[in-house]
Design a protein. Structure first.
Length: 282
């Protein structure tokens, strides 16, 4: 067996897997969304894809280090000029260094196309949040059923009754949503969807709004916000305009706040107040 060939092929294969995992992690939803909706691709969760990426990166670094060791003499030829003298700052090295610096500074400064690449990623993740839904608060899936209902304003007993009626097995109020979801083969979000309408304090089909805006709320439009909580978007818009807040078509809550010189939390508080009298969306 040729060790040098094995090292080179290992580095090449590890690099290919890293490219795949990098693409997956580029498009994967934000962690709070992925864990809440139990997002998977090819049967693997966000954590599993991340773990593969990290360990494959380690394998790639080890193989690359051995590749440099076994090919040190050919590599040093790249640092020699035409007179065969060793020279670090060759034209090739300088060009490579410039490319690295430009990519680094361009990313930090948000220059195109580097900033555009990151903006596209944000758009992909925002679309995933709209598709799968945001949790009521960060890492809500780790909360016990008792804590979760208290934080979301749901009635605990009504929530348990609704879950049992839907056919889900519940160990008790001290069981976490994540453990409950795993035991029933569903996502934490599915459990929430089953309990929220029946356990809402208002007794209607709309979802109670948490006291504090959940992560990602600022990226939602009023239509998205209404769909997520079962509220009428037109009513919400009218409530904002009644408070002197101008709302443009398709604007996110964060954009609405910026356009009116307010904070996103201020706008959320207005929406939360309006939700108490909002009819459920059709």
């Amino acid at each position: 067996m040729n060790i040098r060939r094995t090292v080179s092929l290992t580095a090449a294969l590890a690099f290919m897997v890293m490219v795949l995992t990098s693409v997956i992690l580029y498009i994967v939803p934000q962690g709070r969304v992925a864990y809440w909706a139990d997002w998977r691709l090819m049967g693997l969760s966000k954590n599993q894809w991340g773990a593969v990426h990290i360990n494959m990166g380690l394998l790639f670094l080890i193989a690359l280090g051995l590749h440099v060791y076994y090919n040190w003499r050919p590599l040093t030829q790249y640092l020699k000029d035409r007179a065969r003298n060793c020279k670090v700052f060759t034209s090739e090295f300088n060009l490579a260094a410039v490319l690295v610096v430009v990519f680094t500074l361009g990313t930090l400064a948000g220059w195109a196309p580097f900033g555009t690449i990151l903006d596209i990623q944000d758009d992909i993740k925002a679309a995933a949040a709209r598709k799968y839904g945001e949790p009521p608060y960060g890492h809500a899936e780790l909360s016990t059923l008792g804590t979760f209902t208290r934080k979301t304003g749901l009635d605990l007993q009504a929530a348990r009754t609704a879950l049992v009626a839907a056919g889900y097995q519940i160990a008790g109020p001290e069981q976490s949503l994540q453990a409950m979801a795993a035991a029933n083969g569903v996502s934490p979000q599915t459990l929430y969807n089953a309990m929220a309408p029946a356990a809402a304090s208002k007794g209607d089909a709309s979802r109670p709004l948490p006291e504090k805006p959940p992560p990602g709320t600022g990226k939602l439009t009023l239509d998205d916000f209404g769909r997520q909580y079962g509220l009428d978007a037109k009513h919400l818009r009218g409530a904002l305009e009644a408070n002197g807040i101008k709302v443009g078509e398709g604007m996110t809550i964060k954009a609405i706040a910026a356009a009116n010189g307010r904070s996103p939390v201020d706008v959320y508080d207005m929406l939360r107040t309006a939700a108490s009298s909002s009819p459920a969306s059709g």
